[in-house]
Write a protein that binds this ligand. Structure first.
Ligand SMILES: CNc1ncnc2c1ncn2[C@@H]1O[C@H](COP(=O)(O)OP(=O)(O)OP(=O)(O)O)[C@@H](O)[C@H]1O
Length: 157
């Protein structure tokens, strides 16, 4: 088993969250936060900020980035575990814009499109939205079916 470290950033307003519609690559045609692979020369936080900027145009400073989750994903038949570090910020600069990879859009919390998101999101978003920190593990069969999972709140990262 090897690991790939990824980031996921969810920008919040009191009653809204910014999601991006992924137009290509892994998780395409799904709404998700902004993120991607951590490169060799950067920290996980640096990668989170870079991916957010590249995919949405928004800029967040390290002081405003809070880690809220850590999730390990395993796919049946795939030896690579995805280790996703989930961050949030309520402070940002810039205007979001559409990029080659993502189409950003604000969603009211009651209108989050879970039916067009990764199946795990429906399970952990409620923790994130209520301000809890969490750690999870999901075993997927294909991209739609969760065979088993664990999800626990944690005090801090
Ligand atoms: C399985 N359940 C899942 N649920 C929620 N989110 C998931 C996820 N699995 C992956 N993610 C996120 O999807 C993005 C993929 O990023 P991905 O396109 O692979 O990265 P990156 O932009 O570096 O790739 P390219 O440079 O285009 O190859 C990245 O934010 C990652 O955290």
């Amino acid at each position: 088993m090897s690991r790939k470290v990824l980031t996921l950033v969810l920008i919040r307003k009191p009653n809204e969250v910014l999601l991006g519609y992924k137009k290509r690559g892994f998780g395409s045609n799904k709404w998700n936060g902004f993120g991607g692979k951590v490169e060799d020369n950067e920290s996980i936080c640096e990668a989170a900020i870079r991916e957010l900027r590249e995919e949405s145009g928004l800029v967040v400073s390290p002081a405003n980035l809070q880690q809220v989750g850590m999730i390990n994903f395993e796919f049946v038949g795939d030896p690579i575990i995805l280790e996703v570090h989930v961050f949030t910020s309520a402070m940002y600069e810039g205007q979001h814009f559409e990029t080659e990879e993502m189409m950003p859009k604000w969603f009211k919390l009651q209108d989050i499109p879970f039916h067009e998101m990764w199946a795990d999101d429906r399970l952990w978003f409620p923790l994130f939205l209520s301000g809890k920190k969490f750690q999870g593990y999901f075993l997927f069969q294909g991209h739609d079916v969760i065979l088993k999972h664990t999800l626990n709140t944690v005090e801090h990262f």
